[in-house]
Design a binder for this molecule. Sequence first.
Ligand SMILES: Cc1ncc(C[n+]2csc(CCOP(=O)(O)OP(=O)(O)O)c2C)c(N)n1
Length: 192
Amino acid sequence: MSSDPARADQAACTEAVLDVTPEAAVVSNLGVASYVLAGVEDRERNFYCWGSMGLTTPVGLGLALAIDDPVTVLDGDGSTLMSLGALATVADRDPSNLTVVVFDNGVYATTGGQRSHAETTDFAAVAEGVGLSAAHVSDDGAFVEAYRVAVEGEGATLIACDVAPVDPEARPPLDASHVKRRFRSAIVDPTR
Ligand SMILES: Cc1ncc(C[n+]2csc(CCOP(=O)(O)OP(=O)(O)O)c2C)c(N)n1
């Protein structure tokens, strides 16, 4: 559980993603979201977006359109703000296998905790405004429930999840080529 009872625990929510959808291809935001994911489990089906701020959701959308497996994006508030327009494209294509989780810690945690303008942005309302199903949660139990509904439902869904900022020690492999090759061989069907 998070140290702040009004916010969910990012590691617990990430663990829930892997428990509910063990077969999912998980695309994680650069920095903290990738550190947390690697700390929970450094699996072949993790695609860590090293360096690519603002591109986690667009990469996840492309992937969801290309494969049949569930695709879950673990994004940050800062990166989502950088490419808000991508949500309109997600809504337009609306792939049922895509769930976008925005871990909103209110700051650019990876670069030192500078305040982002997430405080004045309602990500679920923005998503709904462009036609995307959305939920807003702020505790671990509500997150698991919303995630189950999202992966079982029709169309893509965004879950805005308020989390407490964290500073994890775990790191994913730094070799981006290795991550790409490992991920590709895990998701590509060798019979196709
Ligand atoms: C285009 C670009 N601008 C800035 C950065 C530097 N940078 C790396 S991570 C990060 C913060 C990301 O914030 P957020 O998406 O909220 O995730 P958090 O670190 O809070 O988990 C920044 C500013 C970058 N990598 N790329």
